[in-house]
Ligand binder design. Structure first.
Ligand code: 13P
Length: 340
């Protein structure tokens, strides 16, 4: 099979008008934080049990088309000895993997961050592909302040995302490109809109310069929101601001935009997605507007599970509920009364 056909097939298996992506790729420090919240030790075995719970959820494939795994999960098995990537694909959920190696300060640009992990990426992708991964994810993070992100921060981060995406496509792996403008801070929604516009503009310029095929990638951006310490915006305001920025920056060739939840509550993230899709339909947005939520899909499942074998089914029901309601929001058909 040619590389192009491989990429096309993966996009076809991941992008439709009802399903979204489950981000279950928490790095070791992040999953420890989540497990600390329910007093569960972050051992390899507990991570295996928890991620098996997620992927073994009956009917999850009706609402979820892809799962982003942490490297470790690719080689873990469920209680029946089935590798977790195979378990996912048995439900028509495409397995993928987070490939960045975490963030640190960007020298020469105080306050900006940069992600590591490009060295040896091609070889790592070949290994992940043999383990079943068909797509990858790389996240760059942009803190917002009066002077961040700086022009250097924007161009350096865009360059990283583009170089990562180009290596992925060369290997037949669909890249999820994730530039995350953080919600932290007391800035107004307009500041988030301005920063997100500049960031996406730089990212798509770099993708173009690195000959990345826009038809064979997925964009994972933040929604446009006011800073957490400023206020909470209504869904309509979020939708108007988000769609305006996306229409100005994201080419129609990109098949799907899958938002991160970024610290929004589970219901808030669904309500906002629904409003974005209703407006997107009115304006004939050219891309799917779906999810790649981590916390907003998993939080209720984690809390229902509590690390106890007898709660596995409750955890799965909680996950399935969020997945189903987000699928409705993806279609602009969600209503808050459906939460009951
Ligand atoms: P959240 O939806 O919890 O922000 O996580 C998505 C993700 O993958 C961040 O990189």
């Amino acid at each position: 099979m040619s590389i192009k056909t491989e990429l096309q097939n993966t996009i076809a298996d991941m992008v439709d008008d009802k399903r979204g992506i489950l981000a279950a790729d928490e790095s070791s420090p992040t999953i420890k934080k989540r497990f600390d919240g329910i007093n569960v030790e972050s051992s390899e075995e507990n991570r295996r049990i928890y991620r098996s719970l997620l992927l073994d959820t009956e009917d999850l494939g009706l609402y979820i088309s892809g799962v982003i795994m942490f490297e470790e999960t690719l080689t873990q098995k469920d209680n029946n000895g089935v590798l977790l990537p195979e378990l996912a694909w048995s439900k028509k959920i495409v397995p993928g993997v987070k490939v960045d190696k975490g963030k640190g300060p960007l020298s020469g640009a105080p306050g900006d961050l940069i992600t590591r992990g490009l060295d040896g990426l091609g070889e790592r992708l070949e290994t992940y592909k043999k383990q079943g991964a068909r797509f990858a994810k790389w996240r760059e993070v942009y803190p917002v302040s009066t002077h961040n992100p700086t022009p250097l921060g924007r161009s350096a981060n865009a360059e990283m995302l583009a170089r990562y995406a180009a290596v992925c496509q060369e290997k037949g792996i669909v890249p999820i490109v994730e530039p995350e403008v953080l919600m932290d801070g007391d800035h107004e929604i307009q500041r988030c809109a301005d920063v997100t516009t500049q960031v996406l503009h730089a990212v798509f310029h770099a993708l173009h310069c690195h000959h990345v095929s826009l038809e064979h990638m997925i964009l994972k951006p933040n929604m446009v929101l006011p800073g957490k310490a400023c206020r909470t915006a209504g869904a309509e305001e979020v939708a108007v601001a988000t769609i305006k920025v996306l229409r100005r920056t994201v080419p129609a060739a990109v098949p799907s935009i899958n938002f991160l939840s970024g610290g929004q509550g589970p219901e808030e993230a669904t309500i906002n997605l629904n409003a974005i899709n209703q407006l997107g339909q009115q304006l004939k947005a050219p891309w799917q507007l779906s999810i790649s939520y981590g916390r907003a899909l998993q939080q209720p499942a984690l809390h229902a599970w509590q690390g106890k074998a007898e709660n596995i089914s409750a955890g799965q029901q909680a996950l399935l509920k969020r997945a189903r309601l987000n699928s409705l929001a993806h279609q602009g058909k969600y209503e808050v009364s459906m939460e009951a």
